[in-house]
Write a protein that binds this ligand. Structure first.
Ligand SMILES: Cc1cc2nc3c(=O)[nH]c(=O)nc-3n(C[C@H](O)[C@H](O)[C@H](O)COP(=O)(O)OP(=O)(O)OC[C@H]3O[C@@H](n4cnc5c(N)ncnc54)[C@H](O)[C@@H]3O)c2cc1C
Ligand code: FES
Length: 253
């Protein structure tokens, strides 16, 4: 784990309040894996006090890309950074996705900003496996396709793609998908992950999901990010240290 003061290369505004932060941070870019995250101190001052966690969205050479929307004060400050501003980063943190294993097709299931970890995931998988992306949003402006591949879309209100949620979308394709050796990789709102967990258990599909919760330290010291765990000796695991990516069967979301 490194603490770096890294210069901003660029802040790119995508549509609808979505931003990409490109940061020059070779020491972390060279070792970070898909699904791992950075804990970002957005200012040098005491406010906001706590670091903010962000999944690595992509890596290109010495640069790391983060994808975020403006939610509160921290992300607002990040969106207004300029080239050359230094950002205090801690990372790589957490355990990411397991890209190896007995599957030929990676099914990505992402809701809203849940696409964030997948551009790098797709880049790292390369041609080793097939990729199929199922992306959902409440409405068409919530659907983010940045860096994604082989996309099928759903929206709750039917304004883009199929009307319904991502799990329903997967359900419609499951018979066809199950002719391949698949594994699901997911990230999105808790309600989506809860539905997906039931779906994957009932269809006996392997699934790894990136979970979210409020965090402080980001590396297992403050005990502030417990998640209830099943099928393991411990009753709770820590999202920052044992996750954020878990086998979806092993945690109660
Ligand atoms: C492992 C991990 C990876 C993440 N990756 C990304 C990412 O790639 N892109 C991204 O945009 N966001 C990501 N997040 C969420 C991100 O950390 C929060 O959106 C960010 O901290 C908000 O900071 P803020 O100061 O702008 O908002 P705050 O002022 O801190 O919060 C604004 C509002 O959002 C709520 N909120 C804050 N954090 C979360 C959260 N984690 N889940 C649900 N609600 C929250 C608060 O309760 C409050 O109501 C990730 C979170 C975790 C734990
Ligand atoms: S955020 Fe401190 S233990 Fe997880």
């Amino acid at each position: 784990m490194f603490i770096a003061k890294a210069p901003v290369e660029e802040v790119i505004k995508l549509e609808n309040n979505i931003y990409i932060l490109k940061i020059f941070v070779p020491e972390i870019a060279s070792i970070i894996k898909p699904g791992e995250f950075l804990n970002v101190k957005v200012t040098d001052s005491c406010f906001p006090l706590l670091r903010r966690p962000f999944s690595v969205c992509d890596v290109e050479g010495d640069f790391i890309f983060l994808l975020f929307n403006i939610l509160g004060e921290g992300t607002k400050i990040l969106a207004h950074k300029h080239r050359g501003d230094l950002i205090d980063l801690l990372g790589p943190l957490g355990k990411g996705f397991n890209l190896d294993g007995k599957f030929d097709t990676a099914i990505i299931a992402a809701g809203g900003l849940g696409v964030a970890p997948f551009p790098y995931f797709i880049r790292e998988i390369g041609n080793k496996k097939e990729i199929k992306s199922f992306i959902g949003g409440r409405t068409k402006t919530d659907v983010i396709t940045y860096g994604m591949k082989n996309i099928t879309i759903s929206t709750d209100d039917g304004s883009l793609g199929i009307k319904g949620n991502v799990v329903e979308l997967l359900g419609q394709s499951i018979q066809k998908l199950k002719t391949e050796r698949i594994k699901v990789f997911a990230c999105g709102p808790s309600a989506m992950l809860r539905n997906l967990r039931e779906f994957c258990i009932s269809h006996n599909i392997e699934c790894e999901a990136s979970t979210e919760c409020a965090m402080a330290c980001g590396f297992g010291i403050c005990q502030g990010c417990p998640i209830e765990s099943v099928n393991t000796p411990e009753r709770y695991k820590l999202v920052c240290k044992d996750g954020p990516v878990f086998n979806i069967r092993d945690v109660i979301i």
